[in-house]
Design a protein around this ligand. Structure first.
Ligand code: SF4
Length: 313
């Protein structure tokens, strides 16, 4: 949960999640819809699906015990080099380094690494350097200390070098380059998109469709999208949200369903607005649901169900 999301935001989700799924086995046995529902509002839903899948693999291949070796850990869905090394070193004391946002900055400044960092290629030299810095014991504390140093002392802007235990050997500090190191990789530019979401009603129910494989919010339910508006459309409002590097403005309209939209199909459901609360919805859908009526909106808000633009991958 802490990948891409701050501790304060995660806290309540973590407690709810681990109360409902207190063991790897309990998570492995859960239905995906229940896992996603508990993750809703936290964003980056791929993490939830992969965590769920990883729990199943741990049960199937490792008898329900999380493996200790970085190689076995990296074979789990969603576990990359950083996560594998963090689990191995912090939970099991395995002697491997961690490169993440904070330790990356500390190490780049410490050695005066003035090449772009981030991504597999940019970070590779830092992984190698970090390995040479590891102590022979207490790696768990060392790795956590490096991350804490980056978070609290060696901050992105105005690092507190006067309070830093590494100041005497830090190249960036000595050469006055803390403002230019680390060198960031170029970020892709933000794209603006417009779309139309359609609320179709039949007998007091609304149509929701399941987001398909490879789509944003894969596996979650959402209102259908349409190309442009029609004359008979009734406009309900607008929602704006951010997804990866896209800023989306979504116009929400209501219209009567067409005959083909009434046919049953896989990945489509007609549900009463009150049932939407229990359904794992994509972030925009939760906000569109809040437009369906004042009572509906207030119920959702009281339930904490109208998240403000949580991110997705
Ligand atoms: S001396 Fe300054 S730049 Fe170097 S590691 Fe410490 S806080 Fe960071």
């Amino acid at each position: 949960m802490l990948q891409q999301t701050q501790v304060e935001r995660v806290r309540a989700f973590f407690t709810r999640f681990t109360t409902r799924f207190p063991t790897v086995g309990a998570l492995a046995r859960a239905r995906e819809a229940d896992v996603l529902r508990l993750w809703e509002g936290l964003g980056y839903y791929r993490r939830a699906r992969q965590l769920h899948e990883a729990a199943r693999v741990v049960v199937a291949r490792h008898d329900g015990a999380v493996p200790r070796s970085p190689t076995d850990l990296r074979a789990l869905p969603g576990v990359g080099r950083y996560t594998a090394h963090a689990i191995a070193s912090i939970a099991f004391g395995v002697r491997v380094p961690i490169i993440e946002a904070n330790s990356r900055r500390v190490i780049a400044r410490l050695v005066g690494h003035d090449r772009p960092v981030g991504g597999a290629a940019g970070d590779e030299p830092l992984w190698r350097i970090a390995e040479t810095l590891l102590p022979s014991r207490d790696v768990s504390r060392f790795n956590q200390a490096l991350m804490d140093l980056g978070a609290m002392i060696c901050t992105p802007a105005r690092p507190r070098c006067d309070a830093c235990p590494l100041a005497a050997s830090c190249v960036a500090h000595r050469t006055g380059r803390t403002g230019s190191i680390p060198v960031p990789t170029a970020r892709p530019s933000v794209q603006r998109l417009r779309e139309t979401a359609v609320v179709l009603r039949r007998d007091g129910r609304v149509l929701v469709t399941r987001r398909g494989a490879g789509e944003w919010w894969e596996g979650l339910w959402d209102f259908p999208r349409s190309v442009g508006h029609r004359a008979e459309d009734r406009r309900l409002g607008k929602v704006a949200y951010t997804v990866t590097r896209h800023r989306v403005t979504c116009t929400v309209v209501e219209r009567p369903p067409q005959r083909e939209e009434l046919r049953p199909a896989r990945g489509r459901r007609w549900v009463s607005p009150s049932a939407l609360t229990a359904l794992p919805l994509a972030a925009p859908a939760r906000r569109i649901a809040a437009l369906l009526g004042p009572r509906r909106g207030s119920r959702l808000r009281r339930a904490g169900g109208v998240p403000a633009d949580p991110p997705v991958e």
